[in-house]
Design a binder for this molecule. Structure first.
Ligand code: AHM
Ligand code: MG
Length: 336
């Protein structure tokens, strides 16, 4: 006999979490709920992505004479418009927008700051491979009504919440407010995210390695030695690590979170600071991985301790199971 008593929707979960904090005003819950609505709208666009060609929208303009927007632009605009009028935010910034995104003057301002990458994994958008949205939430530090750059350039350990939406074989909403990392799977038949992965913990070790090994000749010496090491037969497991690289950070991160392993985007000869963005990619995932028991560094320090100098700052990223990150550091420090 089926029962619905055990079903926990994202909205109910958010409200129940709020009850744990008697001082909560509901503003934060409202912000997360708006994010969930944005996620559903973006998921709908992502699911229709392949139909653009079928419907003949191949040129710069669609049949209505409108410009066909790229999916990452659509996702960016969707998130901005789903969140700019809720009264919860004072400022936003996005990987897709230049500079700060102010809250329009006619909307109420709130005490939170939202930073996001609307559609991560852009090279996979047109080929039906998993992509995602990543978000990071801070409490404002500036005085005055409108948020400022200072509100956006806070170190990652000050995040009050972070999460991602993975548009994969199903759509998932994963987030943490510091109290566990929780995953919800979208059920399109009822239009709700349902709790499917409560309190996720990343295994302490894992032999999945996610890195773009095509850059091997640009890598620094420690990275080449590490790669050589993990591609040898491991006497314990009788096999080398498995290389798994989707090219969508969210999807690679999600798999490694569940199975254990490590993702690296190291510095290289061409990109001494790596490629990934501190504010929109590294910080939110570092927050999540630490809450799940893992680790994230730039090879020198914890990602969450880095003080950003500008919105588009890039950082090398080493993120995943705790022991795997420690192993990489042994190579960086020349111990191996
Ligand atoms: P994007 O924000 O333009 O999509 O770039 C970020 C993506 C990550 O999702 C992915 O891990 C990485 O870039 C892949 O880069 P590369 O092709 O250099 O391996
Ligand atoms: Mg990105």
């Amino acid at each position: 006999m089926s029962t619905t008593s055990g079903i926990m929707t994202l909205s109910r979960f958010i409200v129940e979490q709020e009850r744990i904090h008697p001082e909560a005003t509901g503003e934060f819950s409202g912000l997360l709920s708006d994010m969930a609505i944005a996620a559903k709208i973006v998921a709908r666009s992502v699911n229709k992505a392949g139909l653009i060609d079928v419907l003949g929208f191949t040129g710069d303009e669609n049949i209505f004479g409108e410009k066909v927007k790229k999916l990452d632009v659509i996702a960016n605009e969707t998130i901005i418009h789903a969140l700019d009028h809720g009264g919860h935010l004072c400022i936003m910034a996005s990987e897709e927008s230049n500079g700060l995104i102010p809250i329009p003057p006619y909307h109420k301002k709130g005490k939170y700051v939202l930073l996001f990458d609307p559609l991560d994994g852009s090279s996979n958008i047109d080929v039906n491979v998993s992509i995602g949205t990543i978000f990071s939430i801070f409490r404002r530090v500036s005085e005055g009504e409108d948020g400022t750059l200072e509100d956006c350039l806070q170190p990652g350990y000050k995040q009050v919440a972070a999460g991602y939406i993975l548009y994969g074989s199903s759509t998932m909403f994963v987030y943490s407010t510091g109290n566990g990392v929780h995953g919800f799977t979208f059920d399109p038949s009822i239009g709700e995210f349902l709790l499917s992965h409560e309190n996720m913990k990343i295994p302490e070790r894992g032999n999945i390695l996610s890195v773009n090994a095509g850059y091997i000749n640009r890598w620094e010496d420690w990275m080449k030695r590490y790669f050589e090491y993990v591609t040898q037969e491991d006497p314990e497991t009788n096999r080398p690590y498995s290389l798994r690289y989707i090219g969508s950070l969210v999807a690679d991160f999600h798999r490694n979170l569940l199975y254990g392993g490590i993702f690296l985007y190291p510095p290289d000869r061409k990109n001494p600071k790596g490629k990934l963005r501190l504010l929109y990619e590294a910080n939110p995932l570092a927050f999540l991985v630490e809450k799940a028991g893992g680790a994230a560094t730039d090879g020198r320090q914890r990602i969450l301790e880095k003080v950003p100098a500008d919105l588009n700052e890039r950082t090398p990223l080493i993120i995943g199971s705790k022991r795997e990150v420690e192993l990489v550091h042994e190579f960086i420090e020349g111990k191996r």
